[in-house]
Design a protein around this ligand. Sequence first.
Ligand code: URP
Ligand code: ZN
Ligand code: ZN
Ligand code: ZN
Length: 489
Amino acid sequence: SSTRILIKGGTVVNAHHQQLADVYVEDGIIVAVQPNIKVGDEVTVLDATGKFVMPGGIDPHTHLAMEFMGTETIDDFFSGQAAALAGGTTMHIDFVIPVNGNLVAGFEAYENKSRESCMDYGFHMAITKWDEGVSRDMEILVKEKGINSFKFFLAYKGSLMVTDDLLLEGLKRCKSIGALAMVHAENGDAVFEGQKRMIELGITGPEGHALSRPPVLEGEATARAIRLARFVNTPLYVVHVMSVDAMDEIAKARKSGQKVIGEPVVSGLILDDHWLWDPDFTIASKYVMSPPIRPVGHGKALQDALSTGILQLVGTDHCTFNSTQKALGLDDFRKIPNGVNGLEERMHLIWDTMVGSGQISATDYVRITSTECARIFNIYPRKGAILAGSDADIIILNPNSSYEISSKSHHSRSDTNVYEGRRGKGKVEVTIAGGRIVWENEELKVVPGSGKYIEMPPFSYLFDGIEKSDANYLSSLRAPVKRARTEAT
Ligand code: URP
Ligand code: ZN
Ligand code: ZN
Ligand code: ZN
């Protein structure tokens, strides 16, 4: 039956080890990983000779069916997940937006949006205001609903932005319930000022987007969030790290031993901002996202930081709008819905750009596209590994096969693609999700409703040692005071 699969003769890659082995799957679970597995003939056999057999990608950062900036993303859970599976991603974590500030109502709305999922998924929760109800709901979501991360927007003044006092409350609350605090790090007040400046100068096109929110504002907010997290003594996850300015702050904090995670996204690693100056609005506007795609140089520096471990994992921030939606900002860049695609392209582009170029190994690739995400969100080794007992989310990648990206052939509903025309090598030929072959021979065979909601438990490894360091700090406060000046003479 199709629930039994043997993958023969491939190079099986995990985050710390690779080996030539077969992988045997039964009823959605990996049963064995070893050379020369023998099975009966009711088993579907896939030949992976000369190919890499790796954990399916986990995208820590997507926005499907999200209402945002006066419209709704063109990809919902159906089209977004189809795109993901065709590109070798077998799990994604999407951001729930509260309903009128109500977290549980937001969660229930996203339960409905995702009911027919064809791949596994989890949720982060956005925090956009603060009161007793929010604080109570955070605990309910952690204890009963499988959410272990909360995102605070330091940008989008007037809608999603939170002020420092709210961020502090949120950090304390996250710490007490073992949840990971995430930040969108741009200084929203300064962005607002920068936007006003551009409009006054008559710069209303997409280039105004980049000019109004330069890297220094991302560096400032990243530094501020990191310092407040250190003050509270709780781990911090910085989403969509787009600039050297932000990355430098993360590097400095990590060097001092602080638990800070940095997530660059594919667009920030690979693209640069020259597109925003394209005279064709349809082209320029598709590159508008926040924080903005940066000038040449930032992307390569972020790639280097990923390869040296300063940054830990790669997301997409997949948040797609078609060209008619982007045209809402035809006369004013502030009204262009923010977001780019990437869910289908991430696994391919990171392989080609970083493994194909020799910057990182295949094991590093697995770590930054899958394993580290599973560890951070506390679902490893169920996810993020090819081990006996892990979920059967597996890709087979042919390093010699090439592709060309185009909106004409992609699975997103968007009529544009920010990687239009890009060619690369190293193609995901087979995707297995939950033990089902869902992508093979360029064909999708998805089953709506077969995807599972993955509950993510609190107190990940990032919380190890926090209690102890708090206790040490408290006892240092109670230590006898030195009276060096009075007693010296
Ligand atoms: O431009 C972006 N990033 N859109 C999605 C919302 C967010 O800030 O992640
Ligand atoms: Zn964001
Ligand atoms: Zn360029
Ligand atoms: Zn996002």
